[in-house]
Design a protein around this ligand. Sequence first.
Ligand SMILES: Nc1nc2c(ncn2[C@@H]2O[C@H](COP(=O)(O)OP(=O)(O)O)[C@@H](O)[C@H]2O)c(=O)[nH]1
Ligand SMILES: [Mg+2]
Length: 303
Amino acid sequence: MFDKLRGAIDSAVTKATTKELSEKNLADAVWELQMVLIQNDVAVEVAEHICDLTKEKILGTRTGRLDNISKFFKTAIHESILEVLTPEHPIDPIEFATEKKKKGEPTTILFVGINGTGKTTTLAKLASVFKDKGFTVVIAAGDTFRAGSIEQLEKHAEILDIRVIKQDYGSDAAAIAYDAIAHAKARHIDIVLIDSAGRMQSNKNLLEEMKKIVRVAEPDLKIFVGDALAGNDALSQAKEFHKAIGIDGAILTKVDADPSGGAALSIAFVTGRPVIYVGVGQNYADLRRFDPDWFAQRLIADN
Ligand SMILES: Nc1nc2c(ncn2[C@@H]2O[C@H](COP(=O)(O)OP(=O)(O)O)[C@@H](O)[C@H]2O)c(=O)[nH]1
Ligand SMILES: [Mg+2]
């Protein structure tokens, strides 16, 4: 995972630190770093920010002698990446749901994102996580748009032994979400997971419909699902959804396909919302908590 970006950072560091780390060499090194970040799907503004932080850290801790320049440089990059990724408002859906359960209220989570990014699969993975932790779950079949989407959800629900609240194709997704929440309240079900249709972020009508779901269902958490392989497109999608409905966090899928990892950095920085999980495969168990420190460490090879 993320081997490409790690390799690129490593070669930038090596190139930069074979020389003495003078002011001029430092500027070159940071420039090199910025280039490899951008080449690996880190948005330009984010790459610039990371490089500024890295430079500050190096200049700030500069001693007369730099014995291990490479290690020093890597530490500065590591800290900078961590700073970009550490959210102001971290969320743990499990903790969140535990608190709401204590108050006797269901936790409602809406999944948004464009077609094929992995919303439905991710919803099913999270349903499985909640079930394993002893929560009861109901699913709202909010994608009434794409042919086969309700059946896809029902197949997951059958395997996971979870009820699906649905209506016909073409029905109002907001009404279905509302019904599912009412169902959860009446039956004391802990978690309501709301699927939604794949919306092109450029499609105004569909974004309006998304806003309607949020207005009617008032979900506790709105999670953007982005495809890590989409790189900078995933970032522009996240921006659009964030602007339209205000997301609380993101889940990045298909990270098992060894993408550069740049999208994770960009989405966290630009939306100011954390990446909560990453999808690492097609099975229910293939969902991992996203840990900024783990990610930052992975990006900095320690040879
Ligand atoms: N390799 C891999 N495939 C995934 C992952 N998440 C989803 N997929 C696949 O991506 C495709 C689209 O997923 P789906 O949930 O239908 O996307 P949706 O249109 O956003 O609901 C399916 O073939 C999934 O199996 C992941 O983390 N890794
Ligand atoms: Mg779907």
